[in-house]
Every structure is written in structure tokens, then in C-alpha cells.
Design a protein around this ligand. Structure first.
Ligand SMILES: Cc1cc2nc3c(=O)[nH]c(=O)nc-3n(C[C@H](O)[C@H](O)[C@H](O)COP(=O)(O)O)c2cc1C
Length: 205
């Protein structure tokens, strides 16, 4: 039976040409995170180890693999914005991941316009149809099963303000597909658009 499976224990390596882990846990939504340094330098970067974690209050989080500018800025200011990465914004989203120093503003590097936020002082991406303003709630350094820490930090934030372009609300219901979000696949260049919608209701108690 086990012969039907490629089995591996990650500590010993996967034995494949590419690590399948993030292709399996995929496609993933993109946390396109804007932040600002203590001295006011703007920053924008995509994070696909990103998701929503709670309804009330709404909480989102992303993982910084290594200490990156976004993490440093958010620790310094306690604020960040999340911006929806759409198909139309795929190229500037990709541009904003350039490994540049903290003095470089990826808004201008990617040809994007910062739009002022309302509750926080970090701007959002003016060109995106959906944004969240977030306040930092926790930074958790990840660890192995044996308790050994690893240089990865999960950044969690409460969503304190939401912007939705009106045309994405159909009779008041947010139309996920109409926004054309892009999703991250496993390979270095793999992205997905949304596929077919199907509906399934939960079993009744
Ligand atoms: C689609 C996409 C997803 C990414 N996801 C992550 C991620 O989840 N965690 C991470 O540490 N880096 C991720 N990266 C790489 C960062 O965007 C890159 O290191 C960037 O320079 C970090 O910017 P910063 O130093 O301004 O925060 C991703 C890059 C792309 C293009």
C-alpha cells in the first residue's frame, strides 16, 4: 500500500526535484502588505503564507520567513495594511517583492500610488479594489516540535477598517470572483485564477 505513495519525513529531505509542500498547500491567497518604517519610509511586499484566522474581531496573518522589512516596520509602528492582489495588479505585485533595502519605497518601485488610510497611518494601495487597515495583535516566532525556535515570524493583526470597491458588491454580497484575486501556486512562477464555483451546505446539527 505504501508503495502507492511518495513518503518522506521533511527533516530527511523530500527527494523530489522541487519541494512539494507549498504546491500541496495551495493555491494560497496573497497577503500584499503595506507598512511604514518608524522614520516614514513606505514598504510593500507580497506574502503567500497568509490567511484569515478569525471572524470577530477579523484577524489576518502572514509569516515572514526570516526578518524582513515588513516585520521590522510592523513591530516598530504596530500597523499594516493588506491589499488585494488582483490579476490586473499581478505585475506590480511581483515587482514589489524585489529584495531591496529598507530605504526603498516599493510603492514607487512598482508604479503604485499610496492612498491615505483612515484609522491607521500606513497607506494602502490606491489601485486595488479591496484593502484592510490592520493593527498588530501578536508576533509569534515559530518553533519546531522539539521547541527549538526557527527564524520565521507569524504576524497577526486585527482588521480595523475595510475598503470594498462598490462594483464588487452584488445586491450587497461581496463577489469574490469579480475581483479576480490571484492565488499563489507551488513552483517559483506559478499563480492561479479562481476556477469553478460549487456550493455545498453544512450538515445540520
Ligand atoms: C507571491 C509571493 C509570495 C511570497 N510569500 C512570502 C511569504 O509568505 N513569506 C516570506 O517571507 N516571503 C515571501 N515572499 C518573498 C517576499 O515578498 C520578499 O522577500 C520581499 O522582498 C520581502 O519584502 P520586505 O523585506 O519589504 O518585507 C513572497 C514573494 C512573492 C512574489
Amino acid at each position: 500500500m505504501l508503495d502507492d505513495f511518495h513518503y518522506y519525513e521533511p527533516k530527511q529531505g523530500h527527494g523530489l526535484p522541487h519541494d512539494p509542500f507549498n504546491a500541496i498547500v495551495g493555491p494560497r491567497p496573497i497577503g500584499w502588505i503595506s507598512s511604514q518604517s518608524a522614520s516614514g519610509v513606505l514598504n510593500l511586499a507580497p506574502y503567500s503564507f497568509f490567511n484569515a484566522f478569525n471572524y470577530i474581531p477579523p484577524i489576518v496573518g502572514f509569516c515572514s520567513i526570516g526578518r524582513k522589512d515588513s516585520l521590522n516596520n510592523i513591530e516598530a509602528t504596530g500597523e499594516f495594511a493588506w491589499n488585494l492582489a488582483t490579476f490586473e495588479l499581478a505585475a506590480p505585485m511581483n515587482q514589489s517583492c524585489a529584495p531591496v533595502g529598507p530605504e526603498v519605497d516599493e510603492f514607487s518601485l512598482s508604479g503604485l500610488t499610496p492612498a491615505p488610510s483612515k484609522v491607521i497611518s500606513v497607506p494602502r494601495v490606491a489601485q486595488t479594489p479591496v484593502s484592510f487597515e490592520c493593527k498588530l495583535t501578536q508576533v509569534l516566532q515559530l518553533q519546531r516540535a522539539d521547541g527549538q525556535t526557527v527564524p520565521s515570524w507569524l504576524v497577526l493583526g486585527e482588521v480595523v477598517a475595510v475598503y470594498i470597491r462598490r462594483d464588487l458588491l452584488k445586491d450587497g454580497v461581496y463577489d469574490t470572483a469579480a475581483a479576480r484575486p490571484i492565488l499563489r501556486g507551488g513552483g517559483p512562477a506559478d499563480y492561479f485564477e479562481l476556477g469553478n464555483l460549487f456550493k455545498m451546505t453544512r450538515p445540520q446539527a
